[in-house]
Every structure is written in structure tokens, then in C-alpha cells.
Design a protein around this ligand. Structure first.
Ligand code: GAR
Length: 193
């Protein structure tokens, strides 16, 4: 099963996936390419470390979505990789119908809350400020409505009385690092690809 990783940030979840692959814990999945919409993103540094191709693809002209020329460039670059699964690991752009239709049913996203609670930006901060006793993370299929596609798997993180936003953030990230590789491994077994 050929995996393409998309990310905009430091890439700790992509790193967890690549470490799982190195440790033979990613089932039949194999990361074939990393793409970022930011030329300075930490996720791109994982390429040489894990011997996976990694590069920036220009998302212009928009700042928060992939549409128009940028979308066309991204579709072409990803198609060339012939992916079975596209994993959004901290990819902070809204995807539009052109992209979603090009890879229908093949895009999954990681979100740092128990969806449908706290969609959108800063899922951890939203949950912390709401005072919930349990939060967590979600892996779901990507659809047109942001953070609303079918849920594949979730992991819970209890919020203790002594938790700060910083400690909660650390706990949610740890849960993400376990959940996402496990989901990919499971999906790779289900498709047999
Ligand atoms: C993760 O916490 C992920 O859940 C979040 O971005 C972070 C990326 O961290 N994604 C979203 O908020 C998407 N709406 P990373 O770059 O270290 O993997």
C-alpha cells in the first residue's frame, strides 16, 4: 500500500509513521513521498533521515486552501506517486472538490480532538478552554465539510485537574503518535495493497 504524507508543520506525526515503518509496525504500508506546502516545514527534513523523497509543492495563490493553480500542481505531483492512501499529518489547508474527487475515498486526516467536538483550528486549546474531562484525537476520512468525514478511529486522553495547556498538548500528541501509525497499519491489512 503506497502512502503519501502531506504536512505543513514540524512533522512529529510523520516521524511516528516513519519510525513505525522502520520498526516493521506499519503493516503492508510504505511511505513513498512526503509533500509540504511550506518550504521551511520540519516535515521535509524527515526525507533524508528516513530515505524518503520529500519536497515542497507551491500551493499559491491561496493562503489557507488548495484551489486553482496550486491545487492543479498538487494533484499532478501526488498522482505521479500512484498513492493508495494520502495521509494528512498536520496539513493545514482546506481541500476543495477538485482535489477530493481526484483521490476519492483515499484521503485521511488526523485531528487533535474527539470529533465531532472541537473541529477547525487549535482543537487542543478549544477542548482545554471548554474544561472537558476527556479529549483525544481522531483519524477520519476527508470530505468537503472540514473535520466532518467518517471517523475511522479515536484515542481518548483524560484531562486531569493538574493539566495545563502544555501538558495536555503533550499527552494528545503522544496519543496521536500511537494512533495514526496503528490506523495506517490496519488499513493496509484491510485493502491488502
Ligand atoms: C497534529 O496535532 C494534528 O492533529 C494537527 O496538527 C498537528 C501536526 O503536528 N492537525 C490539525 O489540527 C488539522 N486540523 P505535527 O506536524 O508535529 O505532526
Amino acid at each position: 500500500m503506497r502512502i503519501v504524507l502531506l504536512g505543513s508543520g514540524r512533522g512529529s506525526n510523520a516521524e511516528a509513521i516513519l519510525k513505525a515503518q522502520s520498526a516493521d509496525r506499519l503493516g503492508r504500508a510504505r511511505v513513498v513521498q512526503i509533500f509540504s506546502d511550506r518550504p521551511d516545514a520540519g516535515i521535509l527534513e524527515l526525507g533524508p533521515r528516513f530515505d524518503v523523497a520529500a519536497r515542497f509543492v507551491d500551493p499559491a495563490p491561496f493562503k489557507t486552501k488548495l484551489e486553482g493553480e496550486g491545487e492543479a500542481r498538487w494533484i499532478e505531483a501526488i498522482r505521479a506517486c500512484e498513492p493508495d492512501l494520502i495521509v494528512l499529518a498536520g496539513f493545514m489547508r482546506v481541500l476543495k472538490p477538485g482535489f477530493l474527487n481526484a483521490f476519492a475515498g483515499k484521503i485521511i486526516n488526523l485531528h487533535p480532538s474527539l470529533l465531532p467536538s472541537f473541529p477547525g483550528l487549535d482543537g487542543i486549546g478549544q477542548a482545554f478552554r471548554a474544561g472537558v474531562k476527556v479529549t483525544g484525537c481522531t483519524v477520519h476520512y476527508v470530505t468537503l465539510e472540514v473535520d466532518a468525514g467518517k471517523i475511522i478511529e479515536q484515542a481518548q486522553v483524560p484531562v486531569g485537574p493538574g493539566d495545563t495547556l502544555a501538558t495536555l498538548t503533550e499527552k494528545v500528541h503522544a496519543a496521536e503518535h500511537a494512533l495514526l501509525p496503528a490506523v495506517i497499519a490496519r488499513l493496509s491489512g484491510e485493502t491488502g495493497g
